[in-house]
Structures are given as structure tokens and as C-alpha cells.
Design a protein around this ligand. Structure first.
Ligand code: TXA
Ligand code: MG
Length: 346
């Protein structure tokens, strides 16, 4: 399939892409979180193409993207006070809300669930595209299934060129990790995936919010967000998360790198800005300062993808504080990692 690359809203083919989206083609587009792979949400045949292009398991439901609040009426059964407050505060923005779905939402989007995920992205290109296509747009992250999400047009081209009709270039995404997925179908909302809108921000608007981790502690380990059970975001090489104090982590990774070198194994390190000079590995990729977690999030997937270009055999990653957007960063790093080295093992 020929893939047409479109240079933002000013490109004369932008309108063609919007029309093609409406008519059933796949269009990859930027959002403030990551790039999305869009299809007409009301057309099951078009949505089916998303699963094929990504190689995505069919039991993993999709988020429906809207550009105007009036579009939600047809898609959901009810709108609670808490939902209204969240929408007022955080839309457009990196928050996906789970509602009970109306019969207009095709089953292929929700993988048979009776709920539907909806978000209004905060990106002018995404909003203009959805508005011109005049339909709700189903869109997962625009990466091959299992790979790190895409936060630059070049990432999307690498994964999806030849598999989709159009890719719209909107430059790098600001937030860098996907939206927070919040289930609001029960009294106490529950975070199913931490993301751009933090637990602290949500609680400041609706009071107590549960997390999936808390649910697991209560003995219910079935993830309510089907997508979270899969290994995700993975660079090609095996990644190992190393916990511990900064000095211990640096010493442990340097010791392992030296052993690897003797065996001819090429080592990569995902490092904070603060520690970058201390490593003697083959490749050190800096994702940002521990004092600026928003910066770490924004460069995270690009950093993971860079290891593929460097052809490393094994990657060691530092950990980041699990507060604010740090929860989303650590969630993605844990999912991307095959193993961890605990503090007690150092
Ligand atoms: O930032 C984002 O959310 C990006 C951009 C493109 O908007 N999209 C994204 O989509 O990350 P995707 O498909 O990669 O992740 C969607 C997540 C999955 O974990 C999926 O299981 C969950 O949302 N999800 C979708 N519908 C759901 C539902 N009805 N109930 C529970 N979880 C749902
Ligand atoms: Mg994804």
C-alpha cells in the first residue's frame, strides 16, 4: 500500500486525508500524548484494518477520539456529575474516560465489553482532522503491537509505512506517554492506566480515586483494562530494570557491563541526565533529569527506540520516582522490561 505523508494542516492533502478517514482508510495523526492510528469509529470494516495494520490482539479495545463534546451523546448511556467535572477540567487533554456504551458503538471497538473509552485530544491537528472528517475516530497508539509507542513522525514511518493510507506529521508529541485511562462506571473512579493526567490532579477534582495496583492487592488480579496484560513498549533487546540507590545502581550496571563486554555482549543503559557520565557501557541514552519527570516522559519512547538503532544486546534501565507523571513512566518501563534487579540483589 502506498502511504502518503502529510505535512500538518497547511498541506493541500490534509483535507484529502480527512475525507479518506471518513471513507474508511487508516490515517495516523499526532496527539499531545503519542501518535494515533485512526479509523472511522462508526465503520466496523475500517476499524478492523487497525487491528490488521498493527498486528493487535482483537481482545484489546480501542479509544474513541472526539473533537467536540456534542459527539459524546451518541456514544454513551449516561453522564455522571463526576464525568462532567472531569471533562470540564481535563478535556481536551490526556485523559480517557470509560463510560457505559450505547448501541451505536460497534463491538469491534470495545472488544465485546459493555463500556467504551473516550477522549478529546489536545492537539490542533488531531482536533481539526476529527472535525473535518465529522466522525468519532477510533485510534490506538500508532505503533506495531508490542513496540514502543510513537512520539515522532519518523517512528510512525518506521512502524507503519506501507500499512496505512496517510501519516500526518505534527512534529514531536509533548507529553510523550499515553493518556490516563480512568474507569468512571463505579462510584469511586479507578485508574486503569496511569498517564498524562496524574492521580493527584484527578483527586483534586473528584476526591478519592483508586488504582489498579490497589485492586491487585485486594486479591483481584484480573486487569480491568485488557491492554495492560500484554508485554508492551519493548525495544528489540531485553531490558532489565535496576532498583536501588543511585550509587548502587551505577556500580551494579557498570559491573554487569564489564562482564558483558568480556562475553562480547553489547550493553545499553537508559540513564537519567544526572548519572549519564558515570557509565562505562557501550551505549548510554539519556532520557531526562530526575528533577524534570515531564521531560523524562516526553523523551521516553524515543529513547527506547534509539536502542534498536544502536543494536545493543541488553539494556539496563534506571528507575524514576513514582509520583506525578513518574507513575506513568514507571508503568511503561515495567511493561517494557523482561526482568528486574531488586535493591536487595545489588
Ligand atoms: O494517549 C492515548 O491514549 C493514545 C492516543 C493515540 O490517544 N492512545 C492509546 O491507545 O494509547 P491504545 O490503544 O494504545 O491504548 C488504549 C488502552 C488499552 O490499554 C485498552 O485496553 C484500554 O485503553 N481500553 C480501551 N477501551 C477500554 C474499555 N472499554 N475498558 C477498559 N479499558 C479500555
Ligand atoms: Mg498502545
Amino acid at each position: 500500500m502506498k502511504t502518503i505523508i502529510i505535512n500538518g494542516i497547511e498541506d493541500e492533502l490534509f483535507h484529502t486525508a480527512a475525507q479518506a478517514l471518513k471513507d474508511g482508510d487508516l490515517v495516523a495523526f499526532p496527539t499531545e500524548t503519542v501518535y494515533g492510528l485512526g479509523a472511522n469509529a462508526l465503520n466496523p470494516e475500517a476499524v478492523k484494518k487497525i487491528y490488521q495494520a498493527k498486528g493487535r490482539p482483537s481482545d484489546n479495545p480501542l479509544i474513541v477520539h472526539i473533537a467536540d463534546i456534542s459527539q459524546i451523546e451518541d456514544l454513551v448511556l449516561e453522564m455522571s456529575h463526576k464525568a462532567k467535572a472531569l471533562i470540564d477540567n481535563f478535556w481536551p487533554g490526556p485523559l480517557t474516560l470509560i463510560f457505559r456504551k450505547s448501541s451505536k458503538v460497534p463491538d469491534i471497538i470495545t472488544a465485546g465489553l459493555d463500556t467504551v473509552a473516550i477522549r478529546m485530544p489536545n492537539n490542533p491537528i488531531a482536533l481539526e482532522l476529527i472535525e473535518r472528517a465529522a466522525i468519532p475516530v477510533a485510534a490506538p497508539s500508532a505503533n506495531l503491537s508490542g513496540r514502543p509507542s510513537t512520539t515522532e513522525c519518523s517512528h510512525v514511518i518506521n512502524d507503519l509505512k506501507g500499512r496505512v493510507g496517510y501519516i500526518i506529521d505534527g512534529g514531536p508529541c509533548d507529553v510523550g506517554v499515553e493518556s490516563t485511562v480512568l474507569d468512571i462506571t463505579s462510584d469511586i473512579p479507578m485508574i486503569l492506566r496511569p498517564g498524562g493526567i496524574t492521580l493527584e490532579m484527578l483527586e483534586s477534582v473528584v476526591g478519592k480515586v483508586d488504582t489498579d495496583a490497589a485492586l491487585e492487592l485486594k486479591g483481584n488480579v484480573k486487569p480491568r483494562s485488557p491492554g495492560m496484560k500484554y508485554r508492551h513498549y519493548s525495544p528489540k533487546a531485553e531490558m532489565i530494570l535496576v532498583y536501588g540507590s543511585q550509587d548502587d545502581v551505577v556500580a551494579k550496571i557498570n559491573e554487569l557491563s564489564a562482564e558483558n563486554r568480556k562475553k562480547g555482549i553489547k550493553t545499553g543503559v537508559l540513564s537519567s541526565l544526572e548519572n549519564a557520565q558515570k557509565y562505562c557501557a557501550d551505549t548510554v541514552i539519556v532520557t531526562g533529569s530526575v528533577d524534570n519527570l515531564a521531560q523524562v516522559a516526553s523523551g521516553l519512547f524515543d529513547s527506547l527506540r534509539k536502542f534498536d538503532e544502536e543494536n545493543v544486546d541488553i539494556i539496563y534501565s534506571e528507575t524514576f520516582p513514582e509520583r506525578g507523571i513518574g507513575r506513568a513512566i514507571m508503568n511503561r518501563l515495567k511493561k517494557a522490561s523482561a526482568k528486574v534487579i531488586k535493591e536487595t540483589e545489588i
